[in-house]
Design a protein around this ligand. Structure first.
Ligand SMILES: C[S@@+](CC[C@H](N)C(=O)[O-])C[C@H]1O[C@@H](n2cnc3c(N)ncnc32)[C@H](O)[C@@H]1O
Length: 310
């Protein structure tokens, strides 16, 4: 498609542009000849996104036959979500206000995502099996949660910013009407919770993901404490920062690499929980009050087929 456009438009431009300028100045020369302002220089983000299609495909079973068509469907579902590609100033400042009023710091409102192929690679690398439980802490518009659900997991996203959570719920609704999107077994379920990650119970998790790139240190410590206080031994936590608790609940298993909306080769730390909460003395730091067991105020969900009322 791109090649066809070039062959159609290039001869028109070549006629008016000096040959030596054709390659670097093709767009400007064409625009000037047509009386239009020259095209604007692509932003760093546009340059980055133009490389997404050329990224190596994840080494995931059935990628071409099963996942590629599903990722296309996901792109359609999320095509109306402007949060990543074009957040308006108002929505950005709304998000900042909401995060600042909950956390006292707006830094964690900054948005970006692991790309879908990165999420697939991560689940494969972690050895996730259908029926296990996955949480995305700071789930944004819910793509990672949705991919985990498609993998066959019980997947929960937790997001503080209303408009992002609403976007995730709209996508969840759209899935109900998209028969091409189905987990391999009927046992997976998907929930999108509006709330603060430090206040929602995640004790049953097998996998926790947090793309916590811009989280302030205090929030990272609060998250480490919350996870350390509740996760069972063997649970795996993937997070931008290296997590530590004062009683060494986590061991580091190294890093995974994957593409993100801001960098094509981002890395995240993988941690494993090694002691159970009962074995460890409670930390006495006062960093906030996690409330395990607390029911979320706002949630949308897609139940497992087996849980749905017949
Ligand atoms: C970098 S984005 C990650 C989006 C998504 N998980 C992904 O990688 O595809 C981080 C998200 O965390 C959310 N967030 C920040 N602090 C939070 C908190 N305390 N509780 C829940 N979500 C939070 C932000 O609003 C933002 O949407």
């Amino acid at each position: 498609m791109r090649w066809r456009l070039l062959t159609l438009s290039a001869p028109l431009c070549l006629a008016t542009a000096p040959p030596s300028d054709v390659f670097p100045l093709e767009g400007a020369a064409c625009s000037a000849a047509a009386g239009r302002p020259p095209p604007k220089t692509p932003t760093a983000f546009e340059v980055l996104t133009s490389k997404w299609d050329a990224l190596p495909l994840p080494d995931v079973p059935d990628f071409g036959s099963r996942w590629e068509p599903m990722l296309d469907e996901l792109d359609k579902i999320f095509s109306n979500s402007s949060v990543v590609r074009a957040p308006t100033l108002e929505s950005r400042s709304e998000a900042q206000q909401e995060v600042a009023s909950a956390l006292g710091d707006k830094a964690a409102a900054v948005y970006g995502e692991m790309l879908n192929i990165g999420t697939l690679g991560m689940l494969h690398h972690l050895g996730a099996q259908p029926g296990q439980r996955f949480y995305d802490l700071g789930s944004g518009t819910g793509k990672a949660t949705m991919i985990a659900w498609l993998w066959g997991l019980h997947a929960t996203g937790i997001e503080l910013v209303s408009q992002r959570w609403q976007s995730a719920c709209r996508a969840l609704e759209a899935v109900r009407h998209t028969p091409q999107l189905r987990p391999p077994l009927t046992g997976g379920s998907m929930r999108q919770i509006k709330g603060n990650l430090a206040e929602i119970d995640v004790a049953d998790a097998d996998f926790v993901f947090s793309n916590s790139v811009m989280f302030p240190q205090e929030l990272v410590r609060m998250m480490a404490r919350h996870l350390g206080d509740s996760l069972r031994p063997g649970a795996l936590v993937v997070c931008f920062q290296l997590l530590q608790t004062i009683d060494d609940r986590f061991v580091s298993l190294g890093k995974i690499m994957g593409p993100a909306t801001w960098k094509l080769d981002q890395s995240w730390h993988v941690h494993k929980v090694v002691t159970s909460p009962a074995d460890a003395p409670r930390q006495d730091e006062k960093l906030g009050e996690p409330q395990p067991g607390r029911l979320p105020d706002q949630v949308c969900e897609l139940l497992a087929e087996s849980d749905r009322p017949s």
